[in-house]
Design a protein around this ligand. Structure first.
Ligand code: BDR
Ligand code: CA
Length: 314
């Protein structure tokens, strides 16, 4: 494949960190222009620190990290520290990274990096609340036509919700931002819980990662080990879903995923169902041919894990 220019917008977060290790281990395929962070799983200071920490462990301080939104567009912040630990990185030992954040706000950096390149040439992976991208679209309305594909981890249809009965965390944490992005006309591929619940780190898969002798694999084994314990204690089961790494796997190997055109709307007003994604498959042929949003229905999970083992061994 040709090398893809990419911005990763995230809220690390245990599974965001796994996604970052996967992406940072793929320099032949991904030209990572920046990692941008927002408040989400933990507060904005910690998500920016965690992104810098992962970049240092991965030996990729060439990639700039821009800190962004400290609060959602409208609603109050809602953290998910019970799933990610107080630091956001579970039991991974944390430290103050050597290199600072890059100057400027994440939303401005997204605008500059995308507007400075040819139309359609910069993709994004968004693995947290979509606050930074919504702010960037507000700052520069021409951004929507300029962006390449935005690969989003968020939402749910068949699987209901994971933070409320009907909402997935990333959309629930900033439904108004998701609404701005999905209405913007930007081309999106969306990996909701319907897709990520197919991609589970079983004990056998975790053991295989733990047996790989690299810093990235050891760190990922610690991160997934933490998520496995949380899965046992809070959810039931021993195989946590790999939500955020699915975005990077899609960018590296889209053929491992089945995506269909949909209409997708976000509930922003109801207190009961805020953050719900109404995903409509029933589009006529004309609507389907121009639909900017595609929803992932199937994942070749065994092949995605093979890709993960191969990258973490590098
Ligand atoms: C999403 O919520 C966060 O807690 C995870 O990092 C992931 O992005 C899953 O619903
Ligand atoms: Ca995340």
């Amino acid at each position: 494949m040709s090398r893809k220019a990419l911005i990763i917008d995230c809220d690390p977060g245990v599974d965001d960190a796994v996604a970052l290790f996967l992406a940072l281990a793929s320099p032949e395929d991904l030209e990572i222009l920046a990692v941008t962070t927002a408040a989400g799983n933990v507060d904005a200071t910690l998500t920016a620190r965690n992104a810098r920490l992962i970049r240092q462990l991965a030996g990729r301080e060439d990639v700039p990290v821009y800190a962004g939104a400290a609060v959602p567009l409208v609603r109050e912040p809602i953290a998910a520290a019970h799933f990610h630990g107080e630091s956001g990185l579970g039991t991974l030992p944390v430290f103050e990274p050597a290199a600072p954040v890059a100057p400027g706000h994440a939303a401005g950096a997204i605008v500059e990096l995308v507007m400075g390149r040819p139309a359609g040439s910069v993709a994004m992976a968004v693995t947290g609340p979509m606050t930074n991208l919504a702010l960037a679209l507000r700052l520069e309305p021409a951004l929507a036509a300029r962006l390449g594909t935005v690969v989003v981890m968020g939402g749910a249809r068949r699987e209901g919700g994971n933070i409320t009965a009907s909402a997935e965390y990333n959309i629930y944490a900033d439904p108004h931002a998701a609404d701005v992005v999905f209405r913007s006309g930007v081309s999106c591929v969306v990996l909701g819980l319907d897709a990520t619940h197919q991609l589970r780190a079983t004990p056998e898969r975790l053991a295989r990662i733990a047996a790989i002798d690299t810093v990235a694999a050891r760190s990922v084994a610690t991160l997934i080990g933490f998520s496995s314990d949380i899965e046992r204690r809070l959810v039931g089961g021993d195989s946590p879903p790999m939500h955020d790494p699915s975005t990077i796997a899609y960018l590296l190997a889209p053929d491992l995923f089945t995506a269909v055109p949909v209409d997708l709307r976000v509930e922003t007003t109801s207190p009961l169902t805020a953050g719900h994604t109404a995903v409509e498959f029933r589009l006529d042929a004309a609507a389907a041919s121009v639909a900017p949003i595609r929803w992932v229905t199937q994942v070749d999970h065994a092949a995605v894990f093979d890709l993960i083992y191969e990258r973490l061994a590098r």
